[in-house]
Design a protein around this ligand. Sequence first.
Ligand code: SF4
Length: 353
Amino acid sequence: MRPRYTELLCKSLNQDSLVSNEIEYLLTPYSQDEREALYKSAQIMREQYSGNLIYTYGFVYLSTICRNDCLFCAWRRSNPNSVRYRKTNAEIVSAAQTLVDQGVNLIDLTMGEDPDVDKRSYLESTAELILDVRKRTGVPVMISPGLVPSYGLALFREAGALWYACYQETHSPFLFAQLRSGQSYENRWQAKLEAKKTGLLVEEGVLCGVGESAKDLANSILAMKELAAPQVRAMAFVPPPSSPKWMPEKPSELARQRELDMIAVLRLSFPHTLIPASLDVEGLSGLSDRLTAGANLITSFVPSDKGLAGVAQNDLDIGNEGRSVQAVLPILEEMGLTQATNADYLEKVMAYA
Ligand code: SF4
């Protein structure tokens, strides 16, 4: 192992802040020894701040209708083959309750950026939905509605939402313009700052394997530090169905490895934060690798019989109940990890409030 790699891991474990080129160095392990040491360090950091607890989020993908045309997303406006639906409030509450009965700590209400997202009537009905899900299930709610005007964020907070998730996916304005064609980098960033002002917790995230460099990812980590987001995620790009011919058909090995290395470096950079292992990339089969890299939260649990689709993976492991809490418990046990209770989760997030 290169002496500098060891030195930077020690520096991270001591929580000395790293500059951009040091983060970039950590993000590019050159050998299996270095990668194993990186993941081991990330596990030590997780153990220090979360013990052996793993938190769980249920996802309700309530609408796949979107006004945007993000290159990386199956729900993009121009994709004629995307599954399109908008669930009723009753269907959403029922799906949320199924997930809560399984034991998830939070419900994430995820949707495309609706063509009516700027209208008060849409924002008010979404706030009513949040209130309904909160009242019926009793667990915290995260809302992922895309770019929302600030008065909408305030309505969501008043209705009881705890989190607002709105990912840049990259902090390179050049790459952003390609991935999120026609959207404003600044407005998206500003929405998160506005959300924080209303008292919402924010989640920020990046995609891996979309043409970014290690330096871009290091800059993303610095941007996340500036935002002080208590939940940060990295996800490998999954080429959507009907994607342009030049895209690969499944996550490239580079994207996958980048995601895992990024999870580990995020864990070292943000010891206290929630860092997801998403079932929406590789399903159950990819879970242990993500936990090994230092994730302390499993996301994208989806009930099997409600006609709900994943964002990155439409149906992976959904029909066979592979996206259920029960399905992951044996994996947690084998790794010496434990599913967090709702009380554990509240204690964790109250520290962020
Ligand atoms: S990433 Fe979000 S905003 Fe972009 S096309 Fe997909 S659902 Fe719409």
